[in-house]
Design a protein around this ligand. Structure first.
Ligand code: GLU
Length: 609
């Protein structure tokens, strides 16, 4: 899930590897390490904390050698300490870095211990290096040994293996966690993300699922899942900016809106295998914690609260458990009822949201069966104090108004829905459909971003307005709430969201030509009901902006502008309809000239009550 960099070169590679890790730092991690081969010697340095710690250690005691691997770790199995940091070793010969989760690590560990291997860490990863070491006893090449070893792994991996006795090559393998080969002149590289290698090459080939590749200074040989030699197209990278700066974008918020396809792809990496979301995506012992859960209590604030509200529809609708969602500042100061077998889920971008943290501590005292946090900041208080953590991997979010963190939270909560559903009678078909939907999200979000120009034009209509009403039904109601919050936060236009069925119970009184009404209308079973609500607004002279499925049969006229949204399945619809609403608030704020990235009176990480 975190960073991998590898190199085979004539020059010393430690510095290249560390620079590569630095470029992946934005993804979050807890420790870093590097291993290098030099004249039959395998040397390794690992440090807890920042890549800078590793880099300082290497300044004091440099590592020399032309073949090496490096890693930034986000711990899933075993504490974030130096012993568990990658690279891991077997018998001082084999060194391995790994992103992802090996699900059958316990079984393999018992088998390998039986063969006499001693384990030096608590990680799932360490089984890979002993397994390769063991297979090398009966196979004549590192490539063959890795090919046989990875067949025994269940779960998700992007892994790179080197052997002290053969410093000419590294073997890389991918299943569920991406790897890209970087081609140099007389030297070759590998990384979990091309960003890591931009200082040394711009020619890349992306490995496909099940690929194993042998990388030497002069050659890269790739084999598919069946062991057939294959070519993977080499492409010149067009990436021009680093993760931490605005690049071509005028604001961080816009950059982060556009980063959503990548952020969602990152959050899925290493967490889906064999068409299923892995339990361990939520932490090492998640399977044990989650198996008896019958009720979920979600606690969050602001945007994260809206993600939680959407998840309630999913957990009750598909996962077969009951679910409550509450704002943290309310939950922490009232007496609430504890249902049997309850899971407490906190959602927080920063992991330091004071109200959410206090609510979680209270829930622990109350005796919740387990606590899980959905969080973007490794090492944060919520992560440290919860039994389980779903690390969002959205990358740093700088804009105060959350965008990519929200959609990644939705993706994470949809994953949680399948994992909890699996223990509560969710059909295999629904699980497969949700998993498929998750995998196709990045491409669909990309399509939705294509609405940008049309929305920029639409935004002109809002610049002189003081109020707006957002409407949605079902799991689009929280999306309408999030749309209203975004508009409020950055354009300072007062916005309210209502479940559209609620219109007639009050808000209809507000409708006139000065109150634009924004409607989210995917093509779902509530569409006809929503259409009736639209008519209610029309009859009162309201002006409507309808974000509708291309097949929903809405037509623009004097009172209604229809913005066709790419067709998508019901599982991803809330996430997809979020995109145009984010763009709308951004463009309105741009026209109004507000401080988009740092709206007045707001802070990014709300660490006070
Ligand atoms: N599961 C491995 C570990 O806990 C790899 C984690 C990662 O992807 O960084 O060490």
């Amino acid at each position: 899930m975190c960073g991998i960099v590898g190199a085979v070169a004539q020059r010393d590679v430690a510095e290249i590897l560390v620079e590569g890790l630095r470029r992946l730092e934005y993804r979050g991690y807890d420790s870093a390490g590097v291993a290098v081969l030099n004249n039959g010697e395998l040397s390794r340095t690992r440090r807890v904390g920042k890549v800078q710690e590793l880099s300082s250690a290497l300044e004091t005691q440099p590592l020399f050698g032309g073949t090496g691997i490096a890693h930034t770790r986000w711990a899933t199995h075993g504490e974030p300490n130096e012993r568990n940091a990658h690279p891991h070793q077997s018998e001082g010969d084999i060194a391995v870095v790994h992103n992802g989760i090996i699900e059958n690590h316990n079984k393999l560990r018992v088998m390998l211990k039986g063969l006499g291997y001693t384990f030096a860490s608590d990680t799932d990863t360490e089984v890979i290096c002993h397994l390769v070491h063991h297979e090398l006893k009966t196979h004549d090449s590192l490539l063959a040994a890795v090919q046989v070893a990875v067949k025994q792994l269940e779960g998700a991996y992007g892994t790179v293996v080197i052997d002290r006795r053969d410093s000419q090559r590294m073997i890389v393998a991918r299943s569920g966690s991406p790897l890209v080969i970087g081609y140099g002149l007389g030297e070759n590289f590998v990384a979990s993300d091309q960003l890591a290698l931009l200082p040394v090459t711009r020619s890349f080939a992306f490995l496909e699922e099940g690929d194993v590749a042998e990388v030497t200074r002069r050659e890269v040989n790739i084999f598919d899942v069946d062991g057939n030699a294959v070519e993977r197209e080499m492409k010149e990278s067009e990436v021009t900016h680093d993760a931490g700066d605005k690049g071509e974008y005028r604001h961080y918020m816009l950059k982060e809106i556009y980063e959503q396809p990548t952020a969602i792809a990152h959050t899925l990496e290493g967490r889906i295998a064999g068409g299923k979301v892995l339990d361990a995506a939520f932490g090492e012992n998640a399977a044990e914690f989650l198996k008896d859960i019958k009720h979920v209590q979600i606690i969050a604030c602001g945007t994260s609260y809206h993600a939680g509200m959407a998840a309630r529809y999913w957990l009750e609708g598909w996962a077969g458990v009951s679910c409550n969602v509450e704002i943290a500042s309310e939950f922490r100061y009232r007496k609430s009822h504890l249902f049997p077998n309850s899971l407490l889920v906190t959602i927080s971008q920063s992991g330091e949201t004071a109200d959410t943290l206090a609510a979680m501590r209270l829930a622990k005292e109350m005796g919740y069966k387990a606590t899980l946090t959905i969080c973007n900041a490794p090492g944060s208080s919520l992560v440290r104090e919860s039994d389980m953590a779903y690390m969002m991997k959205a990358g740093v979010e700088i804009g105060v108004a959350s965008t990519k963190a929200f959609t990644v939270q939705l993706a994470g909560l949809l994953m949680l829905t399948t994992v909890i559903g699996r223990h509560n009678g969710m059909s295999e078909q629904v699980e497969a459909d949700i998993t498929q939907s998750l995998l196709s999200m990045p491409a669909k979000v990309e399509q939705a971003l294509g609405l940008d120009d049309a929305i920029a034009e639409l935004a002109e209509d809002f610049a002189d307005k003081h109020h707006a009403l957002f409407l949605g039904r079902g799991d689009q109601y929280p999306i309408a709430m999030e749309g209203a919050l975004k508009l409020k936060e950055i354009s300072y236009i007062h916005a309210e969201a209502y479940a559209s069925g609620e219109l007639k119970h009050g808000p209809l009184a507000l409708i006139d030509a000065d109150m634009p009404v924004i409607v989210v209308a995917p093509n779902n079973e509530l569409l006809e009901k929503l259409k009736s609500n639209v008519e209610e607004v029309r009859a009162r002279g309201g002006l409507m902006y309808v974000f509708a499925d291309v097949d929903a049969e809405f037509e623009s006229d004097d009172t209604m502008k229809v913005i066709p949204v790419p067709h998508c399945d019901e599982f991803m619809a809330p996430l997809i309809y979020t995109i145009p609403l984010q763009l709308l608030s951004y463009h309105v704020a741009l026209i109004k000239g507000t401080d988009v990235d740092q709206p007045r009176n707001l802070a990014k990480s709300v660490t006070v009550e």
